[in-house]
Ligand binder design. Structure first.
Ligand SMILES: Nc1ncnc2c1ncn2[C@@H]1O[C@H](COP(=O)(O)OP(=O)(O)OP(=O)(O)O)[C@@H](O)[C@H]1O
Length: 325
C-alpha cells in the first residue's frame, strides 16, 4: 500500500489531559478515509496533528512521507485543509476572500473556478457575514481546494448544509477522489461514511475503537433475523438454535428475534427447515447490523468499561485553551 498518511502511537495532550491516546492510522494514495466518533472523541485533535497545526506529545506522523509540522514548508502547499470553523474576515466579500487566499497559495486555481466547484458562483459579491452557515462551509471548501491539493483534510465538511448541498458536496468529493486526491474526513453523518468512505475508524476516548471497511466494522456486530411463528408451531420445534449459528434469541408473542454472527448460514438453515416443514415464516426480516448500531455499541460498550470521553486514565478534560485557527 502506497501510504500518504501514516501515524504510529500518536498522542496529544492539553494541560495534562490526553485527548489523543495512541492512534495508529494508514491512509493509502487516492483513498477516502473517514474518522468517526462521539463528541470529544479526539477527531479534530488528531486531524490537527496530521495537518501540522500542532506537535504530537508522542508518536510519529507522516503526510506525503514528511513530518507535517517540522517540514511544513514542503507539506502545506500539497494539502488542502477545511477546518471546523473557518474564521475568515467577515467584512470581505466572497470573491475578495478567495482572491486573498489565492494570493497565499502556490499554483492556485482561478477564484471563479474555486467558487464554481462548490456552487458559490453567484455569491462572489456578497459579504461573508451575509452568508448562511451552509454557504460559509462551502466557502471553506472552496479555499481548501484552491491549491489543487493532493491530500484533502475535511473536518465535518457538511455540517449545517441542507440535503441538496450535502449531496452536491459528496459528488464533488467523489470527483476529487476519482482524480486521485487522498481524502481524510471527520463527520457525524453515518450516511456520509456509507456513501463515501473506502475505510473508516471509530474513535472514542482518544483511541481507535475499530477500523476497516463499513462491511468489516459491521461484520463485528451480530446480524438479526425476525419472523412470526404460526399458531401451531413453537420455538422448540426449530432445529437447535446453536446449530443454526444463533448467538442470542428472544420471543415476544408469536414473533421470534434471533441474533447471529453468520447471517447467511442461519438464514439458509432456517429457510430450509421452513420449506421442509411447510411452515410459513410471516414477516420474515433478515439484516446485517448497520453502521449506526456498530457506532452506538462502541460508544455504549466503552462507557461501561469507564473509558468514556474525558474520563479514563488521563483525568477530566480541562477548559479549552485558545482558538483553533
Ligand atoms: N484547545 C483545547 N484545550 C483543551 N482541551 C481541548 C482543546 N481542544 C480539544 N480539547 C479537548 O480534547 C478532547 C477531544 O476534543 P476534539 O475536539 O479533538 O474532539 P472531536 O472528536 O473532534 O469532537 P467533536 O465531534 O465534538 O468535534 C475533548 O475532551 C476536548 O474538550
Amino acid at each position: 500500500m502506497d501510504a500518504v498518511i501514516e501515524t504510529a502511537g500518536l498522542r496529544r495532550r492539553y494541560q495534562g489531559f490526553e485527548a489523543v491516546r495512541g492512534v495508529d492510522l494508514t491512509v493509502a494514495q487516492g483513498e477516502l478515509f473517514a474518522l468517526l466518533g462521539t463528541n470529544g472523541a479526539g477527531k479534530t485533535s488528531t486531524l490537527e496533528l496530521l495537518e501540522g497545526q500542532a506537535v504530537p506529545a508522542a508518536g510519529t506522523v507522516r503526510v506525503l512521507g514528511r513530518d507535517p509540522y517540522r517540514e511544513r514548508a514542503d507539506v502545506r502547499p500539497r494539502i488542502g485543509v477545511m477546518l471546523q470553523e473557518g474564521g475568515f474576515p467577515t467584512e470581505l466579500t466572497v470573491m475578495e476572500t478567495v482572491r486573498m487566499w489565492a494570493g497565499c497559495t502556490s499554483g492556485a486555481r482561478p477564484a471563479a473556478e474555486a467558487l464554481e466547484l462548490t456552487g458559490l458562483s453567484g455569491r462572489g459579491s456578497v459579504r461573508v457575514k451575509q452568508l448562511s452557515g451552509g454557504e460559509r462551509r462551502r466557502l471553506d471548501l472552496s479555499l481548501a481546494l484552491l491549491g489543487r491539493p493532493e491530500v484533502l483534510f475535511l473536518d465535518e465538511p457538511t455540517t449545517g448544509l441542507d440535503a441538496q448541498s450535502r449531496h452536491d458536496t459528496w459528488d464533488l468529493v467523489r470527483e476529487l477522489k476519482e482524480q486521485g486526491t487522498t481524502v481524510l474526513l471527520t463527520t457525524h453523518y453515518l450516511e456520509e461514511v456509507e456513501v463515501l468512505a473506502d475505510r473508516l475508524a471509530i474513535m472514542h476516548g482518544g483511541m481507535i475503537a475499530t477500523s476497516g471497511t463499513v462491511a468489516d466494522v459491521v461484520a463485528e456486530r451480530p446480524s438479526r433475523i425476525s419472523f412470526e411463528l404460526p399458531l401451531d408451531r413453537f420455538l422448540g420445534d426449530l432445529p437447535p438454535l446453536a446449530a443454526l449459528g444463533v448467538t442470542a434469541h428472544q420471543q415476544s408473542g408469536r414473533t421470534v428475534h434471533l441474533e447471529t454472527g453468520d447471517l447467511q448460514q442461519t438464514a439458509t438453515a432456517l429457510l430450509l427447515w421452513a420449506r421442509d416443514e411447510g411452515v410459513e415464516l410471516r414477516g420474515l426480516d433478515a439484516r446485517s447490523a448497520t453502521l449506526e448500531e456498530a457506532f452506538m455499541e462502541i460508544a455504549k460498550g466503552l462507557e461501561n468499561t469507564g473509558m468514556e470521553n474525558g474520563k479514563g486514565l488521563a483525568g477530566a478534560a480541562p477548559e479549552r485553551e485558545g482558538t483553533r485557527r
